[in-house]
Each structure stands twice: as structure tokens, then as C-alpha cells.
Design a protein around this ligand. Sequence first.
Ligand code: BG6
Length: 518
Amino acid sequence: MTEVSKQDTIAAEGAVYYLFGATGDLARRKLFPALFSLYKEGKLAENFAVVGLARRPRTNEQFRADVHESIGEFCRYKADDAEAWERFAEHFVYMSLDINNVDGFRELARLSQGLDEKFNIPGNRLFYLALAPNLFGPVSFNLRDGGLLESQGWNRLVIEKPFGYDLESARELNQQLSQVFEESEIYRIDHYLGKEMVQNIQVLRFSNAFFEPLWNNKHIANVQISLSETVGVEERGGYYDKSGALRDMVQNHSMQMLAMIAMEPPSRLHAEDLRDEKVKALRSLRPFESAAEVNQHVIRGQYSEGSIGDKALSGYRQEDSVSPESTTETYFAARVFLDNFRWAGVPFYIRTGKRLPVKTTEVVIEFKNVPDNMLFAQRHDLAPNLLVIRVNPMEGIYIKINAKKPGVDNVVQPVSMEFCQSCMIGINTPEAYERLIYDAARGESTYFTRWDEVAEAWSFVDRIAAAWREDSSNLELYPAGSWGPKSAEELLAADGFHWWPVNGQAEDNVIWISGGPK
Ligand code: BG6
């Protein structure tokens, strides 16, 4: 097999892309490389322009040199043909902008008209705010007041997380944005939704006779969603100490993955239909009613000193810009239930943490065992069937089944069959940001979060945050490089389950049909 899916090479309509925060880390690591990849693959129309915006003064030449450097470092395509590079780079201009001053926006509107004329762009505008969320409102107002939304084409606003700090602040933010943009013009990024295997969840579920009939509480024992990271808080201590794993990872990425796993099949493959189903799934999450319930079902941890490999690592409280008395969680695990017909009684275990032993995102679906009075189950200790969806950094799926061990002894052996997408030669998986920018430029909002999804996720998460505010004594320390607090193991053990090993931690007794985890 050499091809996973047909490449979609329809170019997005011509547009001006406004990158607010153009001198920042996100632009450098993700956005410039993504634009270049899209260009190389014919997914950007020839008639496009990119306006880099930040406060810092910069000439167009300096800006283009920054873009070139970022592509050299982070892009999966190289920009070493000088002539081709010039053709691409001439679409990039830079303007220094004070985002609190509407006059600058008026000047930007004039610049935009010039770009429309120069590149024959039909007035389409995509505003990408790689900025702190408290600036989303002011920038939106100034875009409107500065006359940037008055052209003939479409306007789209792309924003990064975090979308608020809790439900109340998210509502305020949404209220501000909705004074300027329609919901259908707002593209809220959750970059996990741009990941190949997260998008693949619905294909696996809804186009395989193997899975969908079994995808319910009659056949599934539990679901485990793990987002583990080896990194600590790096240079983001100031932000992270106020946010913690709950707001940084759970409210968005974990909840979105849970929704993709749990949702009902959408009636049509339209963005609104799929998002309707995700909202319904999130709405059926059983809310925690008291701090005692939170304590029973949720584990919070913080890394202390430790090591990964032979690298000694400091504890979270010793990180830059982190309070030495911080009670912020860097680890989160929970048992959650969805009270609906499909999932009643099935625990979903979600966990995420920093400074864990491996970087991996995986979903494990553990199926119920065959009845105990069956011949084979009586005689053998049968392992449950698993479906494992590997999202990151390796992409693929494997299933674990029971099979007869070759030979004369009647021995049953677990066997894993793997589709390792990222091992396949010739697959050059696009970065999440490539997909998302391309989608936003085409007006395809399926993999962006709609306001009601965000609100549902906040209302679930807010109850946990409130319980923790009441009582912070349940914070457990775990050594950097370990799998988190012990009680996260006990959480599953109490239900008769355990966390299945993830990426690179394969079980010894399993025979792999195709190599085994990398
Ligand atoms: C971000 C979080 O949203 O996701 C970071 O703010 C985290 O703290 C990152 O490191 C993880 O993303 P990925 O794609 O590397 O798994």
C-alpha cells in the first residue's frame, strides 16, 4: 500500500493572511512552515499575500529573512531554490502595529487594498491571532473600526487557545468576538483536531464493519486516553502556573479526543453535524457534584526532581517563573462517565502530564472479555482485545487479539496486528497547522471548535477547578520521569483495570505481526 488517501489538492481561494504575533514562537515554528508547505503542494492560491504584524519594527526584507530561516529549521520542505524562494517571498510583507491604536489598523486597511490590487485578491481576509487571549477582543474591535472588514470578500478570524480561563471568562470573550464576527467566521484552533490520527478516528469508527457494531457499553470495558509529555514547562512557567494541566490540556485536547471517540455518527458529513454530535457527547458527561466526588475520581499531581534517561531534572517548583509554593498540577488523571445509551457504565480514563517517561498520545479501547464459560476462557487466562489508536508522535493503529501459539501445545497467545502509518515509506504527514490553515482558508470548520463545545468543556472542568480551590491537599508529587502519582494506578485498579502500556512500552508476551511499537 503506497497511498493512504487521495491528496486533496484544491487550492484555497486567494486571500490576504494577517499574522498577528508574527515575530513570536508560534509563527516561527508552525505558521510560516505551514504556509510554505501549503504553497509547495499547490494548496495556496497563487493570488495570496501574508502580512506579518507585531509591534517590533522590521523591514519586509528582514521579515522575509525570518520566514526563510524558520522554514529552513522547521519545515518538511526545503526552500533552497533561490528563484522559487523569491517568487514565494514577494507575497510576504511586514507592518509594525500597535494593536491598541485604531489608526494603525486604518493604515493596514490601505495596505490591504494595495495587496488586493497587486496580487489580484478578491478581498478575502483571514486574521490569524497568535496573541494572548486578552487581546482577541481589542484586536477584533479595531479590525472593525479600522475598516478591515468592509471589503467584498469573506472575513475569517482564527484564534489560538486558551479560550478563556473558565466558563465565565470564556463567555465574556465570546461575547466580545460576537460583536464583530459571526460564529461561522470564527475558527477556534485546537491543534489536536488537526492531527492526522484524531481526524482518522471518525473514519476508523464509521467506515469499518469491525468497529462500529462493537462501539458501545455492551462490548467495551473501558476507554483510556493518554496524552503524556516528557517536556516540563520550559519557558512558559508564568503562563502554566496559572493554567495547569486541567486548563492547558484537559479542557481542550483531552475533551476533544473524548468527544471524537464517544460521539454518535453524524447524520451528514458537514461541519455542523459533526460538531452537533460532539456537543451532545460532551453534554452527556456526568458532572462532578461535590469536592468529595472530584477527590474520588480525579487525581492531580506535580512533578518533583527526577530524571529521564540520564538527564537529571529539576522539580516544577524550581522552574523559572513558577512559585516555589505552587500547587498547580502538572499531571491530571480522571475517571469520567458519559450518561447516555451508548456509554452508560463505561469508564473513560483520561490522563495527561508533563515530565512523564515518554512523549505519546494514545487512545486504548479495551473490549469486554468473552464469556467465562466459553471453552477457551475456562482453560486460558485470556487477555482482553484492544484497539489502540496512536496519535503522536507515531501514527497508526493496532489491535490486540488472542490466537493459538504455533506448535503442538494448545497455548493461546496475545497477538498484535499493526498499521503503522508513520513507518510507511512515502508518507509525509502534514503538520496539524497545515491542515488547519488550509481548512480555515477554504471555510471548512469541521476541525475547529464551536462555541457550544468550548462552553460544555468549561462547565465540566470548572467543577474540578472549584473543588481544587476548596482543598489543595490532594496534590501529589511524582518524580520527573515517572508515570505520575501512584493513585492514578489505583484509580483503575479499583475498577479491576490498569493503564495499558503506551508507546514503546510494549508488553513482553505479545507477538507483533508487524514489528511492534517504535
Ligand atoms: C499545547 C499545550 O496546547 O499542547 C502545551 O499548551 C503542550 O503545554 C502541547 O506541550 C502539546 O502538543 P503536542 O502536539 O506536542 O502533543
